[in-house]
Design a protein around this ligand. Structure first.
Ligand code: FAD
Length: 421
């Protein structure tokens, strides 16, 4: 690794799935690309490790789908709770019917290695710590690496530094904590059902006092002898979820132990999740925030790998479309056009779930009997991020109509807007 002051076409900050995908696309488009990450790979990332067909579709574009799905495939979601269970296979459609799950330690390292193989220069253990502007242009990024401070100038800077986005904050990124956000914890457990071909969600999440919590538990088989077992709860400033996620995770694992032949939870880790585009200032003259940094996470299920990879592709397409474009307003517009209505709608639905009375009221209806059998596959399709603009069926139309209505009603909700810092 040759670390020195230099100029590149594209500097990508953060080498999670979003940053690696961006670097890969940029290199393939002929840009001289430098990818940096504060960590050294392989590194862990707190995650459920679930990959929807939407993520697998992105992997296909990178030529990496087989490498991931050959170790484990899943066929859809099974939702459990309130005395019922519903199986919802991934629907036929644009994204295909193959999902997967892979520990992030392996998944992220695979993407980073692929980026390097295709000509991306990689600096590991390299933290972006400062910026200098030349007028409105982000001119210089200070990087602390190998005990030294170096400066990189770049024509374009793509920021994929994750949920905390410390570098994004230097650029003015602001997270709106009044909007719904997630708190989540995950663990790994050995399981006799590690080869199970379904992603399981338990939407009736009860704590030790038998109180239903506003969230859900998940068990995602990994095909390697382990499952990823975790849970997420939804919160707002007015109604913060009052749970200890790690403690609840152990309680949830105890409840599932017999069914799943579970060992004790290992590597328990928790994290916050800003969601649904509830951040401002995600772009400037020659820089864009991508993936988690831009809160591109589904508010109904906490998934973001697929969106991260998609935002990476869309951002590089904008670079491809020619230099000299100002991304300050263009990038938020692109994000809103692709995700705006769906994200606002999901955020609004997620907010409903933070009312303590809501889930116990609708849960039994949704998961039992004929209503459940009709509604839940549709809900699973929403939870799996699998409705596209191209879909013309009734559920897709209803979802889009609801999206337009909510967007009209919640016009003032923050959605990647540019606000004075
Ligand atoms: C408990 C939990 C469960 C989840 N489950 C799922 C799931 O099952 N499926 C799914 O799709 N999504 C899931 N998500 C969301 C998913 O983890 C994120 O959407 C995804 O990791 C986003 O990828 P990213 O590349 O944008 O960010 P990250 O993966 O966080 O990568 C950011 C990278 O930036 C680096 N970095 C940060 N700051 C700097 C800096 N200043 N300089 C250099 N490098 C820097 C970090 O080291 C890191 O490697 C879950 C999240 C949580 C918290």
């Amino acid at each position: 690794m040759s670390v020195q002051n230099q100029h590149v076409d594209v500097l990508v900050i953060g080498a999670g799935p979003t940053g690696s995908t961006a670097a890969l696309h940029a290199a393939e488009s002929g840009f001289e690309t430098l990818l940096i990450d504060a960590a050294e790979f392989p590194r862990d990332k707190t995650c459920g490790d679930g990959l929807t067909p939407r993520a697998v579709n992105q992997l296909q574009k990178l030529g990496l789908a087989d490498e991931v799905t050959s170790s484990h495939r899943n066929r859809g979601l099974k939702l459990h709770g309130y005395g019922g269970s519903v199986t919802a296979p991934w629907p036929e459609g644009h994204y295909g019917t193959v999902g997967s799950a892979m520990p992030r330690t392996l998944f992220d390292a695979l993407l980073v290695a692929a980026a390097v193989q295709r000509g991306v220069q990689l600096w590991e253990g390299a933290t972006a710590t400062g910026v200098e502007f030349d007028g409105a242009r982000l001119d210089r990024v200070r990087i602390s690496v190998a005990g030294r401070e170096v400066e990189v100038t770049a024509k374009y800077v793509l920021v994929a530094d994750g949920v905390r986005s410390t570098f994004g904050k230097l650029l003015g990124r602001r997270w709106h904590r009044g909007e719904v956000y997630g708190i989540a914890a995950r663990s790994y457990c050995s399981s006799t059902r590690s080869d199970d071909e379904w992603m399981h969600s338990h939407v009736e999440l009860r704590d030790a006092d038998d109180v239903v919590q506003p969230g859900y538990g998940w068990i995602f088989p990994l095909g390697n002898g382990d499952v990823n077992l975790g849970l997420g709860a939804l919160s707002t400033e007015e109604r913060p979820a009052k749970i200890n996620t790690k403690k609840l995770l152990h309680f949830y694992a105890d409840q599932q132990r017999t069914d799943w032949g579970l060992g004790q939870p290992r590597e328990v880790a928790s994290a916050l999740l800003p969601m649904g585009g509830a951040v401002s200032n995600v772009a400037g003259r020659n820089w864009m925030l991508l993936g988690d940094a831009a809160a591109c996470v589904n508010a109904l299920n906490g998934e973001g790998i697929d969106y991260g990879m998609e935002t990476a592709e869309m951002a590089v397409n904008l670079l491809d479309a020619g230099s000299g474009r100002d991304f300050t307003l263009l990038w938020p517009e692109v994000l809103r056009a692709h995700y705006g209505e769906a994200f606002l709608l999901a955020r609004t639905a997620a907010r409903l779930l933070t009312y303590p009375a809501f889930l116990p009221l609708v849960g039994p209806l949704g998961l039992r009997g004929p209503v459940g059998a009709t509604l839940m596959p549709a809900a699973a399709r929403l939870m799996g991020n699998l409705i596209t603009d191209a879909d013309r069926d009734l559920m897709a139309r209803l979802w889009r109509t609801a999206g337009r209505v909510v967007s009209g009603v919640r016009k003032d909700s923050p959605l990647w807007d540019a606000t004075p810092v």
